[in-house]
Write a protein that binds this ligand. Sequence first.
Ligand code: ATP
Length: 719
Amino acid sequence: MNGTLNTPLLTHLDKTDALLEQWQQAEWIRPLDLGFARLIRALSEEQGETLSPLVLLLAALTSHQVGRGHVCIDLETLLADADTTLSLPPEEPATNDALSADPSHLKPADLLTRITLADCQSALSDAFAVSDGSRVAPLILTEGRLYLRRLWRYEQRIAEGIARRLALPSPVTEPDSPAAQTLSLALNTLFGPGETVDYQKLACALAARSRFSVITGGPGTGKTTTVVNLLAALQAVAGEDPERAGRVYRIRLAAPTGKAAARLNESIGGAVSRLPLAHLPGGIKPDDIPTKVTTLHRLLGSRPDSRKFRHNRDNPLMVDILVIDEASMVDVDLMASVFDALPAHAQLILLGDKDQLASVDAGAVLGELCQRANEGHYTPDTTAWLATITGTQVPDTLIDSNGQAMDQAVAMLRKSYRFQQDSGIRVLAEAVNASNLDERMRRHMREAAFDDVIWLNGHIRKPELDSTLQQICQHAVTGTPNAFRNQGQGRVVKGEQLPPPVGYRHYLDMLRDHRLNSDSPREAWDTLALRVLEAFNDFQILCALRRGPWGVEGLNDQIAEHLYSQKLIPRSQGWYAGRPVLVTGNDYNLGLMNGDIGITFSVPWDKTASGDVRETLRVAFPSSDGTESIRWISPSRLQQLETVYAMTVHKSQGSEFNHTCLVLPDRLSPVLTKELVYTGITRARNWFSLMTGDASVLSESVEQRVVRASGLASILGGQ
Ligand SMILES: Nc1ncnc2c1ncn2[C@@H]1O[C@H](COP(=O)(O)OP(=O)(O)OP(=O)(O)O)[C@@H](O)[C@H]1O
């Protein structure tokens, strides 16, 4: 090791350990991170080795990064900018700020400025606990990336699963083969033979050619429509393929959360019913295209108290084609399990929006696979094949004679069909995505120049905290329709008159004014609960942060107090009728999944000892199987949940609301990124409002990007 490591903190193992402990006590790193580093130390000592303090430090930091969604640490990036890479001290102040009060403490970045890449490489390669992957070790170092072994294995399994599928021959590769001709006929029937570029048609063709494909697109670009057409085209090919003897493909549809599965369930049935099946080759029947969507956990067969799934390499799924919607939310752990459970021949199609936030847990698989999607990188071979099969010429800007194998399996939908050309939500989302929120756009938002977007306090640069929180609370009650252009009246979307935006009073009134009683049948209660849950979905406050007055914790308290002061709810704490709750962990016994939302009802279903009717509280959750039934669960049985007047943008992924209000705090922090703002805006179907603690935070946030360290793109790019 070279002489730059002259600080005792990196020459004495006990001192490094003590520093890590200090960081852990200040909640900069997790107990798990410290524990992992100590495990590495113990392992080395068992081998009679004295661990390098630098390896102890890097072990803790790698584990810390995994907790922040990274699959690994890229050492060069870490050394170039440790502050940004590690985000330490953390963006949200810990409850215990003893450390930050101590001026003598060292940040990881202070320590790492003294370290070179060569120091890291040499310390790591000397350590027994670190391997290059050729032997089992808790840390893996490969191409300058340091992994926890578990995460490295996930990435390897995903890369292998993708590469193997990309290499499989396809019956439609030869344009004059019968299968390719059938595909071409099916696509022309589904989309028309038009010569203008139809990205949906191109996406179907690309995905039909490969056993692994990704279709990415922003909201309303037709991902669902495209995949339904794709499945019809694939079944048409299967029906004509003598090798399959007319057997149709076994297709399954899945999404990472119950909410996302339910949303796809709602839209897919309609899209399937519109298919021109009678005109397609292959004699496809309506039942050949599935309309039921399940969660990935259910599909893979999750078992209580186990990370392992029932379906795996030894017990694969009975499936020929698997479609995963909202794939941006799938972390590397779950994605690796998907590849394990898929039979070797099975085709995997990932759908999602590459610009959204990545999964909460480690990995950004979809985002990484789509890194080059904007520019296409289709080879001349692919382009010629697409022209023959679809009759469409790919624009020159998307052609690249050096395109990689993975590029040929990624399709991007580029036209929004949901939002009209002048929709503020669409224009704003595009501007955020391009990190281009100019003054004209900000003025448009402030002055309600768009029909559907309003920046409620955008004219005040630094609004006062209390009055802003008060304004958010009032907005939460009514949705402030008057602030929108034309008071939110008279908008017509796709030929239908849209009601003005609403706030939480809408569902609370419904809950209060119902006429059901103890004689009412259970079905009537189910119907009411469905209506109330739907009404709750009409409005949602989204926050960037968890802690502090601008975070979900503070805002939930504030809003509950305000609703109570308005007599809209009977109390502001604990359980009460009207309390909306978000499930924050999977509960397999109750059949509830992380992200499920329920509303508390007071129901007359109990009796006192003397036989009188007694009101009791039950939380109504929509069923997870896509049917219109309700699960009524006693509050005492619910373990992991929080009130959900305000929700983090992270948790809102996979959901959509009629009206969302995004709350941005009064100062910039690393969590405020373009992806977060984009995800928040695109959760809104018809109305979007913005509240800021400081007007400049909006523009500053969209200048920041989420960059997650991982090696997937590099492994696949090297194929
Ligand atoms: N090629 C098309 N021509 C006309 N309308 C279309 C086309 N494709 C999709 N649409 C319409 O646009 C709307 C959005 O389509 P779809 O639900 O398929 O998009 P999506 O990308 O899955 O949306 P989401 O953002 O909800 O995931 C639907 O009303 C659909 O009928």
